[in-house]
Design a protein around this ligand. Structure first.
Ligand code: HEC
Length: 420
């Protein structure tokens, strides 16, 4: 009797079983008998009009069997190391070097988001937990293409961790901060991690004179350690009996990572931003003077999915008679909670403590507390919302309680329409 070693993977809609038979020179593959998956064959069409199941079979047949790791004594597929799991289960699509098989070999068209595991700029911002969710649940589980199958039945949790460990070795530049340091963004505390994001933050006065403030921030990562960003605020107040408002002071900034330790989970950056007096002091939308804002930001991973983020900075106005200079320091403590055994939506409660003090004799420090929670909206987790209440606790004169919320789009992970 021929000794065979089986290997199968399945997603919500696709299932495939590979059977290695030492009496044959190459891999045989046969669809599993699960008829529930049949409907998928009719529903998904690829550029060649072939269903993904057929594609995966074709790919595996065209892949040289010699590269597949097998125990020469028993003929069984070796799934004991990250590399051997990769060669057995992933290489047919992702290629021996992680760059993806050449288009000429692949029978499916690579989606624009198809990963190149050797490209550090594309892979290091991703968290292991997010990759694990994609590998367990397949592409559709995370708003990706259904061509990426689910391995929840074929691989154990430990084997998935092993193969992720192997994927991480394909980026060979250790100076890149890993995705785990890319902590959830608080409403007020600035992040130390360089990002590719657009954030729209709205602040509403909960009492006192009605007021609405909206700020759009665009962030663009440049290389390993830099980010450039632009901020455009729009403010409206109703303090003088009528609504006054318009565009506020536009800021242009540069953030640079100065230190990081992927092992201890620490990241430290500095930022310098020039804020131009594009707003109007009369309308309450601007300081009326060019301001230089600078801060140092720090992020730290803590046990049990807790994390800390803090910053210390100064607002240095070019003319202290028009606008006083000030110091600020802000801290936040948060905890990431993932639904569905870690694969689902992520909820992140955070508590911020904010302080600001004008550099004037006799000035008082204004402290605020800001409880909030962030939630991922899209399956791909690239669109998120955060909602909180900013409560002034000292120096409260003229500082109303405010509701604050943002919508955040990580544009590096896909367009706003994708990934739901
Ligand atoms: C049948 C082809 C196929 C096989 C086999 C396959 N993948 Fe994929 N994989 C894809 C495609 C296609 C994508 C891109 C999906 C997209 O961007 O919409 C992908 C995407 C991914 C991603 C990226 C998710 C992200 O966040 O960008 C990871 C991680 C991944 N695959 C890991 C694996 C691992 C590990 C294996 C083996 C255990 C594997 N894949 C096997 C086709 C495959």
């Amino acid at each position: 009797m021929a000794r065979t070693a089986g290997f199968s993977f399945a997603s919500e809609n696709i299932s495939l079983e590979l059977v290695y038979d030492p009496n044959h020179t190459s891999l045989n593959s046969r669809p599993s008998e699960r008829t529930a998956h049949r409907s998928f064959l009719d529903s998904v069409k690829t550029p060649l009009g072939l269903p993904p199941l057929v594609i995966a079979v074709l790919l595996l047949l065209t892949y040289p069997a010699v590269l597949l790791p097998q125990n020469s004594q028993t003929g069984e597929l070796d799934l004991g190391s990250g590399k051997s799991i990769y060669l057995a289960a992933c290489v047919a699509c992702h290629g021996p070097d992680g760059k993806g098989q050449p288009d000429t070999t692949l029978v499916f068209k690579k989606p624009a988001t198809f990963p190149d595991f050797s490209d550090c700029s594309g892979t290091t911002p991703e968290l292991d937990a997010d990759w694990k969710a994609t590998i367990r649940r397949g592409g559709p589980g995370r708003g990706f293409s259904p061509i990426m199958p689910s391995f929840s039945e074929a691989l154990t949790s430990e084997q998935i961790d092993l193969v992720i460990g192997y994927l991480r070795t394909l980026c060979r530049e250790p100076e890149w901060p890993r995705g785990e340091l890319n902590l959830p963004r608080p409403l007020m505390v600035d992040k130390a991690f360089p990002e590719d994001e657009v954030i729209s933050t709205t602040t509403l006065n909960a009492h006192g004179a009605p007021g609405v403030n909206n700020e759009i921030e665009y962030e663009h990562r440049v290389g390993v350690k830099n980010e450039i960003d632009a901020t455009v605020p729009v403010a409206f107040t109703h303090s003088t009996g009528r609504w006054l408002g318009g565009i506020g002071d536009i800021g242009l900034g540069w953030l640079r990572v100065l230190g990081l330790n992927n092992r201890t989970g620490s990241i430290f950056s500095i930022d310098g931003t020039v804020i131009a007096p594009t707003g109007s002091p009369r309308r309450g939308t601007g300081a009326g003077v060019t301001t230089f804002e600078t801060f140092a930001a720090y992020g730290q991973l803590l046990p049990y999915n807790f994390f800390f983020q803090g910053e210390v900075g100064a607002n240095l106005s070019a003319n202290t008679r028009t606008a006083p200079q000030s110091l600020f320091w802000r801290e936040s403590l948060g905890k990431g909670l993932r639904q569905g055994q870690g694969d689902g939506r992520m909820w992140t409660p955070m508590l911020e403590i904010l302080a600001r003090r004008d550099l004037l004799t006799g000035a008082k420090t204004g402290y605020d507390i800001l409880p909030e929670f962030q939630v991922t909206l899209s399956r791909r987790q690239h669109v998120r919302a955060d909602f909180g209440i900013d409560v002034p606790v000292t120096n409260t004169q003229g500082r109303p309680v405010q509701a604050v919320f943002y919508v955040l789009w990580d544009w590096f992970d896909g367009s706003l329409k994708e990934g739901w």
